[in-house]
Design a protein around this ligand. Structure first.
Ligand code: GLU
Length: 428
C-alpha cells in the first residue's frame, strides 16, 4: 500500500502525474519560458486503436492499443511498444514523455513516443500474438514511419515482435522498410548488441555510480527486481563488473542467496522452463523472498527493472541500498524520491540508467539507413562513450546546481528540448 493515495487509484494516471510533476519541477528550476512549458506539458499526437484478433478457437477478441507522440522537436518519434494488461493511454503518455527526456539526455536525435496494447500476452498463443501485432501495426501505420516515428521493443515485446512489425509495414508499403523499427533480429537488419543494450547501459551507469561513491565492485552486492530482458542483462553485466547478485525476482516470486546467485544458470533455466519464468528454480543456499522484502534488502546496488511505481512513499523509508539504478521506466514515485533524497541514497534516474536501449536503437537506425553494419566491438565501445558522457554531464550539473541526479538529468534534457522548440518557433 502507498502512503500517497493518488499513487494507488489508477496506476497509469498516477504515473502520468509523476511525469508531469517532474517536468514542472524542471521547468521551474530552469525558469522556462511559459509558452514552451505549455507545449511540453501536452502530447503532440495520441492515437487510440481497436485491435480485433481472431483467436485460435475462431472467436474474435478486441484489444485496445495506443501510440502517443510527445513532441517532434528533436527528430522523429522513438519509443517501444508494450504488451501488458495495465497499458492505458495515461501510462503510454507518461512513457512517451520519458522517451523525450531520455533521448535528449543521451543526445540522440529523436523525440519521445510510445505504444502499447492492453493485453496479457501470456494468455495468447504465438499465432494469436502474431495476428495481434500485425493488426496493431496496420492500425498505427498512418502515423509511424522510418522518418516520423520508429517503434522498438518494450515490456513483453522482443525481436520476434519487431520482425512481424517489419514484415507487416513492408507489405503495406510495398518496399523494403527495415528502418521502421529497431530491436529487429540481426538477420532482418538489426544491430548486434541491441538485445543486451539496455542491461549493459544499466551496468555502465552502476559502474559510474560505484566509482563516484568510492565503492569497490568486487566487495558489493546487488539486488535486481525483474528478470525480463532488462533485468537479466542488467544482472549479467553488473555481475561482470565483479558485483555479486544476491537476489532477483520475476512474476513467479523472489530468489535470494546472500552468497550470490548463479545468473547464467538462472537465465538458462527460464529459457527452458514452460512458463519462461523462474518458477520451480532451485539451487543450494537459495531462499524464497517476497517482492517487498527483496526491495528492502541490505545491499549496495538496487536495480528496479520491472514496472513503474515500485518504490513508493510506503517503502522508501525501508530501502537499505546505497545506490538505486533505475532499469525500469518510472519505478520510483515522486513521494519516494523525496524520501530517498532526504536519506542520502543516490538514485541514478531511468532516463539515464536505462537509455542504453535507445542509444543502440539509434545505432541500428543509422546502420539501416547507411546499409553498412558495425561490429559488436564498435557498438559496445560507442555505447560506453554515449553513456559515460551523459553520466558525466548529469553528475557535473547536479554538483553545480546542488540538485539530485534526477533533477539534474531532467533539467539538462528539458533545456535541450526547449532550445530546439525555441529555434523552430511555433508553426505556422
Ligand atoms: N523501450 C525502450 C525504452 O524504454 C527502448 C526504446 C527504443 O529503443 O526506441 O527505452
Amino acid at each position: 500500500m502507498s502512503a500517497n493515495p493518488s499513487e494507488e487509484v489508477n496506476p497509469g494516471a498516477s504515473f502520468l502525474a509523476s511525469a508531469q510533476s517532474a517536468l514542472k519541477d524542471a521547468a521551474t528550476a530552469l525558469n522556462l519560458d511559459p509558452n514552451i512549458y505549455a507545449i511540453l506539458k501536452t502530447n503532440e499526437r495520441s492515437l487510440i486503436v481497436s485491435v480485433p484478433v481472431e483467436m485460435d478457437d475462431g472467436h474474435v477478441e478486441v484489444f485496445e492499443g495506443y501510440r502517443v507522440q510527445h513532441t517532434g522537436a528533436r527528430g522523429p518519434g522513438k519509443g517501444g511498444i508494450r504488451y501488458h494488461p495495465a497499458v492505458s493511454l495515461e501510462e503510454v503518455s507518461a512513457l512517451a514523455q520519458l522517451m523525450t527526456w531520455k533521448c535528449a539526455l543521451v543526445n540522440v536525435p529523436f523525440s519521445g513516443a510510445k505504444g502499447g496494447v492492453s493485453v496479457n500476452p501470456r494468455e495468447l498463443s504465438v499465432n494469436e500474438l502474431r495476428r495481434l501485432t500485425r493488426r496493431y501495426t496496420y492500425a498505427i501505420s498512418p502515423i509511424i514511419g522510418p522518418r516520423t516515428d520508429i517503434p522498438a521493443p518494450d515490456m513483453n515485446t522482443d525481436e520476434r515482435t519487431m520482425g512481424w512489425i517489419t514484415d507487416t509495414y513492408t507489405m503495406l508499403k510495398g518496399e523494403s522498410s527495415g528502418e521502421i523499427v529497431t530491436g529487429k533480429p540481426v538477420n532482418l537488419g538489426g544491430s548486434v548488441g541491441r538485445i543486451n543494450a539496455t542491461g549493459l547501459g544499466v551496468a555502465i551507469s552502476a559502474e559510474q555510480a560505484l566509482l563516484r561513491a568510492d565503492l569497490n565492485p568486487q566487495q558489493c552486492a546487488a539486488v535486481i527486481q525483474g528478470f525480463g530482458n532488462v533485468g537479466t542483462w542488467s544482472a549479467r553485466h553488473i555481475n561482470d563488473l565483479g558485483v555479486s547478485i544476491v537476489a532477483v525476482s520475476d512474476i513467479s516470486g523472489g530468489y535470494y542467496n546472500p552468497q550470490g546467485l548463479n545468473i547464467d544458470e538462472m537465465v538458462a533455466y527460464t529459457k527452458s522452463s514452460p512458463s519462461r519464468t523462474l518458477a520451480g528454480y532451485g539451487a543450494p543456499g537459495l531462499q524464497p523472498i517476497s517482492n517487498e522484502d527483496l526491495l528492502t534488502l541490505k545491499c549496495d546496488v538496487l536495480v528496479p527493472a520491472a514496472m513503474e511505481n515500485q518504490i513508493t512513499g510506503a517503502n522508501a523509508d525501508k530501502i537499505q541500498a546505497k545506490l538505486i539504478v533505475e532499469g525500469a521506466n518510472g519505478p520510483t514515485t515522486p513521494a519516494a524520491d523525496t524520501i530517498l533524497q532526504r536519506r542520502g541514497i543516490t538514485l541514478v534516474p531511468d532516463i539515464l540508467a536505462n537509455a542504453g536501449g535507445v542509444v543502440v536503437s539509434y545505432f541500428e537506425w543509422v546502420q539501416g539507413r547507411e546499409g553498412f553494419y558495425w561490429t559488436a566491438d564498435e557498438v559496445r565501445e560507442r555505447l560506453h562513450r554515449f553513456m559515460e558522457v551523459a553520466y558525466r554531464d548529469m553528475a557535473d550539473f547536479s554538483q553545480e546546481r546542488g540538485v539530485s541526479l534526477r533533477q539534474s538529468a531532467m533539467m539538462l534534457a528539458v533545456q535541450r528540448v526547449a532550445d530546439a522548440l525555441e529555434m523552430r518557433g511555433v508553426f505556422p
